[in-house]
Ligand binder design. Structure first.
Ligand SMILES: [Zn+2]
Length: 167
C-alpha cells in the first residue's frame, strides 16, 4: 500500500472524499497539507503523476487540490467523466457559501468578465496588472470569497475581488 497522491508509505490513513463515502489512501504528509494545500505547494508536485490515476475518487481529490492551488493548466489537462466532475465540484460549491463581490458589491461568478480598477503588482510574477485591464472568464477560489482567479498577461493570478468591477 502507498499514498494515492504521492506514493509515500508513511503513516497511511483513509481519507473520505465527501460528499460520497468513497475513500482514498493518503500518507501523513498529504493529510497534513490537504486542508491548506497552499501552505506547502512544493509537496503537491506529486499531483503531476496522480492526476492520471484511473480511480475517480483520486481524480476528485486531485481536481480539488489543483483548484485550490490555482493550477488551471493542469485542470484543463485532466480527463474526468461527467459524473466525476460533478462530484469534484460538489465540494467546491458547498464550501464557498458567501458570494464573492466586486468593488461595488456586485456578486461575481464563474465565467464573468471583470475590469481591474487599480494597478496591482503581482507577487512572484514580476509584472503589474494595470488598471483598466479586462479579465475574462474568471474562476472562483475554493474556500475564499475575497479573491478570484483570472488570466492576466498570459498568467493565471489571484486577484482581490474588491479591486475589480464586473463588466
Ligand atoms: Zn501522500
Amino acid at each position: 500500500m502507498s499514498c494515492d497522491l504521492c506514493n509515500s508509505e508513511e503513516e497511511l490513513s483513509e481519507y473520505v472524499v465527501a460528499p460520497k463515502e468513497d475513500t482514498i489512501t493518503i500518507c501523513k504528509h498529504c493529510a497534513n497539507n490537504i486542508k491548506n494545500p497552499k501552505e506547502n505547494e512544493n509537496h503537491w508536485k506529486c499531483l503531476n503523476d496522480s492526476m492520471w490515476s484511473d480511480s475517480p475518487a483520486v481524480q476528485v481529490v486531485v481536481f480539488r487540490l489543483l483548484s485550490h492551488l490555482g493550477e488551471q493548466d493542469k485542470l484543463d489537462m485532466m480527463y474526468l467523466e461527467d459524473e466525476t466532475k460533478v462530484w469534484a465540484k460538489e465540494d467546491l460549491r458547498t464550501s464557498n457559501k458567501e458570494p464573492v463581490r466586486d468593488s461595488n458589491g456586485t456578486i461575481l461568478s464563474e465565467g464573468d468578465s471583470v475590469s481591474i480598477i487599480k494597478d496591482l503588482p503581482v507577487k512572484g510574477a514580476g509584472f503589474t496588472a494595470k488598471q483598466g485591464t479586462t479579465v475574462k472568464n474568471i474562476r472562483m477560489v475554493p474556500d475564499d470569497n475575497t479573491h478570484i482567479q483570472g488570466r492576466v498577461n498570459g498568467t493565471i493570478i489571484f486577484i482581490v475581488s474588491a479591486f475589480l468591477k464586473k463588466l
